[in-house]
Each structure stands twice: as structure tokens, then as C-alpha cells.
Design a protein around this ligand. Structure first.
Ligand SMILES: Cc1cc2nc3c(=O)[nH]c(=O)nc-3n(C[C@H](O)[C@H](O)[C@H](O)COP(=O)(O)OP(=O)(O)OC[C@H]3O[C@@H](n4cnc5c(N)ncnc54)[C@H](O)[C@@H]3O)c2cc1C
Length: 395
């Protein structure tokens, strides 16, 4: 055991991921950002290194690894390329983990095969008028004979246009128009009629993965495409969102990795850059800054690892995942900002990775549940009650 409580296998896995991150993944990161092209070459590297589909059970061709194993890989990759780190998140957590937990055997086989061959599934929840209030979604699935017809619009869907497998959340109605609950439907881009990628969002950072608007126009799917957790459709959304706790831990891990990468650059630079005839790390103002950065990173790492460990045999605990995401995303932004400051004008240049890291890390208090909404999750768990946010919820 080492100080982080990692097993010998986990230390090896971490070393393998770090080696990959320091090699071609680092070399390509600026190009991925500049061209805004999805890094298919890096997907091949991840496949070869067996860093995607790690959490898929062995009976479906994966490695049956745990959340912390995935976290170690994501953390290492994100230190040099956050886009590649995010691909590792979404090929080990989120939609794929929901299907592997709740899908039928057929759904599991299909999803596992697609992910193991390099597809990063897309999870489609957010809509133009339903963001934090996901229950307010208006995308609907209407039962028509032995089919569902899905209509609606999702936006900010990560991977829209490159992902093939989609897990689409919609309000489900029976043939008489009665609301049955929110369900998740599987569909495949270019195969499922009526699924249209309408627009790519121009993003501040993380530019190598498209964020897209997706329209569903009479998208026609069979009932066998519906992923139904054991408690049925009525509790379907709550159960599917439990699976999303893994993605939250993954998102926190990417933020952590970016901040660790930026911190390391600042630490190294502070010993090389001289002003007033001495290395800048001899100034106490910067020494204390480095100390604060390292404290924030150690605390964030402990929260992330702890949340990942809480998911042994299931999904990460909702409270621990929310705490880890809020703390890590906010402190990672602060650490990257401080790291950039160490470089003075150079930090502001596009010739160094700091400005890219600052753009990339900014996302993590937003996507995957905002810091505000996750504070509501934390408070609700502490107070052991639902905290309704709608006006009528308080009456
Ligand atoms: C890069 C990126 C990738 C994303 N990927 C996906 C994806 O793959 N799939 C997907 O479905 N979605 C995705 N999203 C969408 C993301 O989940 C939403 O942006 C997020 O849930 C917030 O919704 P919103 O943007 O509509 O903000 P809004 O809900 O409009 O919130 C606006 C502000 O109000 C605050 N707020 C809202 N309600 C409350 C409240 N009750 N208490 C306190 N504050 C509140 C919010 O925290 C926020 O600061 C992604 C977003 C980004 C930026």
C-alpha cells in the first residue's frame, strides 16, 4: 500500500496511464484544441492500453475493474489532455455504466461491443428549457402499437456527431397518453431514423469533443430499446441518475487531473525562472501559493478517491460524489488560475498549455450538475429530506 491506499496493480495501472499521457497524448493536446477535431488517434491509444471499457464486466468483454481504477487512468490522462481524459470518463462511466447496470442482456452486449470498439456513448438529458431542472424535460416517447415515437430537442450533448450510441431521456406515455415516468432509450446515430445532429456548440474549452444540439423527429424505436431499472419506469429516472454519480466522479477527476498538470508545470517553472537574481520559488509569496495549491489538490484527490471507493459493487454514493465534484471543480479552477500566474505573460500565451487548461477546467462547475445544484444535493442528503426548488414545492 502507498499513501493513497492504492494496490500494487493500481500503481502499475497509474504508471501505464501516466506514460501514455506524457507521450503522444501530451504531444497532440494543443493540436486537438486548435483544430477542434475529435482525437480518434488517441481513442486507438486508449484501446490499445485497455483504458476504455475497463469497468465493463468480463463476461461482456471488459476488465471488470472498479471506479478507482478508472479514476486513476482519467486523472493521469487529464493532466496533459482533458479531452482524452473525458473520453476515458465516458467509455467507463455514465451512460455505459447505466446500461451495464440496468440493461437487458442484449442491450449490455450491444453497448459493451460498441464501447470496446472505441465508441464514446452520448448521454442526452439537458434541453434548452430544462437544464438544472431535468424533470422539466419535454422530450416525449409515445407508445404507438409496438413502437415508441420520440420527439424533442436536447442540447449540450457531449459527443454529438462523433458518438454512435445514445442514451436518450424522455417522458414516456402509454397508448392512452398517460405519463408513465422518465425513461432512457438507446439509439444509434446513422441507424436510428429521426435522430438528427442539428448544431455544434462553439465552446470556450474542451474543444476536441463536440457539444451538440440533437433533434428527435418521430424517432422510431422498439420497446426493447428502453433501459428499465429494476424498480420500473416510475423510479426509472432516479435509478438512472444513480448511475450518473459515476460520471460525476469522472468529471471531478478530469478537473483534478488538469489542475495537477498545471500545478506541476508551475512548480517546475518556479525553479527555472529567475527574477531579481534568484529563482522565483525563493519568494515566500510564491512558496505559499504552491503550498496552498498542493493542499487543495491533496484534499480534492482524497474526496475523489473516497467517492470512487464508495461505489464498490454498485455506484458511488450520491453525497460523496456531489461533495467531490463541488470541491474539486471549484478548487481546480483556482489552482489552474494560480499556475498560469506563475508564468507571467507566458502563461497568457497560446504557445504554452496554461491558457488551454484554464479554458478547459472552467467547465467543471457547470456540466454534470452545477456546483449550485450539487450543493442542494449535499444539503438534501445532510438534512435527509427533499429540498423542492419549485415555488409550489414550498406551499
Ligand atoms: C461542456 C458541457 C458538456 C455537457 N454535456 C452534457 C451531456 O453530455 N448531456 C447532457 O444531458 N447535458 C450536458 N451538459 C449540460 C449540463 O448538464 C447543464 O449545463 C447543467 O445541468 C446546467 O443546466 P443549464 O446550463 O441549463 O443551466 P441552468 O439550469 O439554466 O442554470 C443557470 C444557473 O442557475 C443556477 N441554478 C439553477 N437552479 C438552481 C437552484 N435550484 N439553486 C441554485 N442555483 C440554481 C445554476 O447552478 C446555474 O448557475 C453539458 C454542459 C457543458 C457545459
Amino acid at each position: 500500500m502507498n499513501p493513497s491506499g492504492l494496490s500494487a496493480d493500481q500503481v502499475k495501472l497509474q504508471a501505464r496511464a501516466r506514460e501514455l499521457a506524457a507521450g503522444l497524448v501530451a504531444t497532440r493536446a494543443a493540436e486537438v484544441d486548435r483544430t477542434e477535431q475529435y482525437p480518434w488517434d488517441n481513442v486507438e491509444l486508449l484501446k490499445d492500453a485497455k483504458l476504455i471499457g475497463m469497468t465493463i464486466p468480463t463476461q461482456y468483454g471488459g476488465q471488470g475493474k472498479n471506479w478507482l481504477d478508472a479514476v486513476l487512468a482519467i486523472e493521469a490522462l487529464s493532466a496533459t489532455c482533458a479531452v482524452t481524459g473525458r473520453i476515458a470518463v465516458e467509455t467507463n462511466m455514465g451512460a455505459i455504466s447505466a446500461v451495464m447496470a440496468y440493461g437487458s442482456d442484449e442491450q449490455k452486449k450491444m453497448a459493451a461491443d460498441m464501447v470496446l470498439s472505441g465508441d464514446k456513448p452520448a448521454i442526452c438529458i439537458t434541453e434548452p428549457d430544462a437544464g438544472s431542472d431535468a424533470n422539466g424535460m419535454t422530450t416525449r416517447a409515445d407508445k404507438k402499437g409496438n413502437r415508441y415515437l420520440i420527439n424533442g430537442r436536447k442540447h449540450w450533448i457531449t459527443g454529438g456527431g462523433v458518438s454512435r450510441l445514445h442514451l436518450i431521456f424522455a417522458k414516456v406515455y402509454d397508448e392512452k397518453g398517460n405519463f408513465e415516468g422518465i425513461g432512457g432509450f438507446l439509439a444509434i446515430r446513422d441507424e436510428t431514423k429521426g435522430l438528427k445532429i442539428t448544431k455544434r456548440e462553439p465552446t470556450m474549452g474542451l474543444r476536441g469533443i463536440p457539444e451538440a444540439v440533437i433533434d428527435f423527429e418521430d424517432m422510431d424505436v422498439p420497446p426493447s430499446s428502453l433501459v428499465i431499472p429494476p424498480r420500473g419506469l416510475k423510479k426509472g429516472f432516479a435509478d438512472l441518475m444513480t448511475a450518473y454519480n459515476s460520471q460525476r466522479v469522472g468529471a471531478a477527476t478530469v478537473a483534478l487531473g488538469i489542475a495537477q498538470g498545471a500545478y506541476q508545470l508551475a512548480l517546475d517553472w518556479s525553479g527555472k525562472r529567475e527574477q531579481f537574481g534568484r529563482p522565483i520559488n525563493e519568494f515566500q509569496g510564491l512558496q505559499w501559493k504552491l503550498a496552498d495549491m498542493s493542499i487543495k489538490l491533496s484534499a480534492a484527490q482524497a474526496l475523489v478517491y473516497n467517492a470512487a471507493r464508495s461505489g464498490e459493487g454498485g455506484f458511488p454514493d450520491m453525497l460523496l460524489a456531489a461533495q467531490a465534484k463541488v470541491f474539486t471543480s471549484e478548487n481546480a479552477i483556482a489552482v489552474v488560475n494560480d499556475a498560469l500566474q506563475f508564468f507571467g505573460a507566458r502563461g497568457y500565451s497560446r504557445e504554452l498549455p496554461l491558457e488551454r487548461m484554464a479554458r478547459d477546467v472552467r467547465m467543471f462547475t457547470i456540466g454534470g450538475g452545477t456546483a449550485e445544484v450539487l450543493r442542494n444535493v449535499v444539503a438534501g442528503a445532510l438534512l435527509k429530506k427533499k429540498l423542492p426548488q419549485t415555488r409550489d414545492g414550498w406551499t
